[in-house]
Design a protein around this ligand. Structure first.
Ligand code: DOR
Length: 431
């Protein structure tokens, strides 16, 4: 990709797949990792005190392109990934139009590849327009590069379609990424059905809307087989369903978002009912957050993904029921992983980082390349102790919508490299 050569000196290398946690020099030559001895003429980078993490991946992002580029476009999305220390992204299909055909999927993939700033994992829709009715052409989507299918933003609610897509998953090895929400139960709700929403007069979504759907899904998984990944799990009931499926040896995985790990529905009060806290699934009470943190620690939840959902300021300024769901999350993903999992929960760094590296690779059945010589030089340099305060005005994403504004975090990315080329360095985005 590039003729540049770099050597990171005295860096702490963390490769979760190999269980490698060691200080040393890491060289990059011509786009790939190299033996330091082979990187003749490499430019030295003093990386003492920093961590080097290969192939940081955010399995769940919304880039809004085509169709809603005032919220984000592929370029601004890539810039947000770079600033967030992210090198690989799972690109959700809920654009306008929805990515429900091979041509549409290939068009987005090709534009992202041309930008060269992230490795895109394209996710195709399950149903035409993600409307829940007619199945999309799954084989064609896979042939065009879809690594998974999802109607994200909407559940695959109809059992017959779920059964068919799980059977397809069993045949092709590609997972279904399910947005688990029982629509009869969530209809009309905008926040978790708990005290804060009630006190603020915001119609609630019961936890059962998520749990009921995950129980239904794992029941179908048991009958049909295939691979099921539960997106943004937020309730203890849904976690119990995932644990049941794991216990039966079913091929199930799950992801948690940084905002569900960090915040509770008390944020609704702190933000005085502003829709900046509005997200789907909604922020939950403390006991569910505790269950989620436990599940991430034990590995029942193997992925942390941002659900990056940028929206315009004027959209989020509407009254709660009229504002869109979503949080702009790419630029706080790593900060929250480090703050919550490493510093607060005391997880070993390799285990915490597995959730944003090996974990997502397992979900889509990709080999995690790590720091092997010859592997693509996709890496993030992390300052694990840097204290910072989230300031959305400084986001490079077009979406500045985050209830993490003002939150103090510890640990952040300081440089990002994709294919041997810096996409972010010294506070500057280079793509
Ligand atoms: O809050 C959300 N926003 N949840 C979703 O599932 C979709 C996302 C979006 O696309 O805005």
């Amino acid at each position: 990709m590039t003729g540049e050569r770099w050597i990171f000196r005295g860096v702490r290398v963390l490769d979760p797949f190999r269980g490698l946690d060691a200080e040393g020099d890491v060289a990059v030559a011509d786009g790939v990792f190299a033996h330091p001895a082979d990187a003749v003429g490499a430019v030295p980078v003093d990386a003492k005190g920093l961590w080097l993490v290969p192939r940081v991946t955010d399995l769940h992002v919304h880039f809004r392109d085509p169709g809603q580029t005032w919220k984000e476009d592929l370029h601004s999305g890539c810039r947000a990934a770079a600033a967030g220390g992210v090198t690989t992204v799972g690109v959700m299909p809920n654009t306008v139009p929805v990515t429900d055909s091979a041509a549409r999927l290939a068009a987005v993939r090709e534009r992202l590849e041309a930008l060269g700033a992230v490795r895109p994992w394209m996710i195709g829709a399950v149903t035409a327009g993600s409307a829940g009715g007619e199945p999309a052409p799954w084989d064609d989507l896979a042939a065009a590069g879809a690594v998974a299918l999802s109607d994200d933003g909407h559940p695959v609610a109809r059992a017959a379609i779920l059964g068919a897509v799980l059977a397809w998953s069993r045949r092709t090895g590609r997972p279904l990424l399910q947005h688990a929400e029982e629509p009869d139960l969530s209809a009309g709700g905008h926040a978790h059905a708990g005290d804060p929403a009630r006190d603020l007069g915001i119609p609630g979504v019961p936890a059962a809307a998520e749990a009921a759907m995950v129980w239904r899904d794992v029941g179908m998984l048991r009958e049909v087989g295939g691979r099921l990944h539960v997106c943004h799990v937020s309730t203890d009931g849904a976690l119990e369903a995932v644990a049941w499926a794991v216990g039966r040896g079913l091929d199930v995985s799950a992801e948690a978002t940084p905002h569900h790990l960090l915040l509770t529905d008390e944020a609704l009060r702190e933000w005085a009912g502003s829709a900046v806290t509005k997200v789907n699934p909604p922020l939950r009470p403390a006991r569910m957050r505790a269950a989620l943190r436990r599940a991430v620690r034990t590995g029942l939840v193997g992925v942390v993904a941002s659900d990056h959902a940028p929206h315009a300021a004027e959209e989020k300024a509407r009254p709660y029921p009229e504002a869109p769901f979503g949080i702009s999350g790419l630029e706080t993903l790593l900060g929250v992983v480090l703050t919550v999992l490493v510093h607060e929960e005391g997880m070993p760094p390799l285990t915490a980082l597995a959730r944003v590296t090996v974990g997502p690779h397992r979900v889509v059945g990709r080999r995690y390349p790590g720091v092997r010589p010859g592997a693509p030089a996709d890496l993030t340099l992390v300052d694990p102790d840097a204290a910072w305060v989230v300031d959305p005005a400084r986001f490079v994403s077009r979406g500045h919508n985050t209830p993490l504004a003002g939150v103090r975090l510890r640990g952040r990315p300081v440089a990002t490299m994709v294919g041997g080329r810096f996409t972010f360095r010294d506070g500057e985005v280079l793509v």
